[in-house]
Design a protein around this ligand. Sequence first.
Ligand SMILES: CC(C)(COP(=O)(O)OP(=O)(O)OC[C@H]1O[C@@H](n2cnc3c(N)ncnc32)[C@H](O)[C@@H]1OP(=O)(O)O)[C@@H](O)C(=O)NCCC(=O)NCCS
Length: 149
Amino acid sequence: MNSVVIRSALPGDEAAWRQLWKGYCGFYKTAIPDEVTTRTWSRILDPDSAVLCMVAEVDGQVYGFANCVVHENTWEALPVCYLEDLYVLPSARGRGIAAALLEWLRNAMRAEGWGRVYWMTQQGNDAARRLYDRFTKPDDFVRYVLRPR
Ligand SMILES: CC(C)(COP(=O)(O)OP(=O)(O)OC[C@H]1O[C@@H](n2cnc3c(N)ncnc32)[C@H](O)[C@@H]1OP(=O)(O)O)[C@@H](O)C(=O)NCCC(=O)NCCS
């Protein structure tokens, strides 16, 4: 595979991003309402929004994305970057595309002055964890979620 280009998502990426997003939601067996997907995409394109999306392109085709939210935090003065969604087209996996997205985020952290990039994954997501373990060690926090109903 030729080299992977990581760049911010652009309006012309909408169809490719939506296709990948569908695959990502399928991976998590979740049905995100269309209006939420549309809102997420518009937040990605909005320069005033805290939502970022980096796409991974090879030979002009988009094969993966990383959706992030940059936010303030109470433990340090610097903003931090939450990597919320990471996805690579199944036929393009195992070729370093997700690693390139993570490497891009590591460099952006240094360039932008983020205090950290953090993310979570399911205990049993072995493919993802093998990759993540190359970047850093997991900590021992456990996630609790409270919902309105
Ligand atoms: C996790 C995911 C983003 C990794 O993307 P990727 O581009 O295949 O990642 P990389 O090629 O950079 O690294 C993949 C690692 O997965 C493993 N891998 C190798 N071939 C693979 C394949 N065909 N399919 C899946 N994983 C493979 C390898 O362990 C590889 O690490 P290695 O190079 O040290 O052997 C991708 O599998 C994916 O989209 N999965 C479904 C969604 C998901 O789990 N997202 C993360 C949620 S937190």
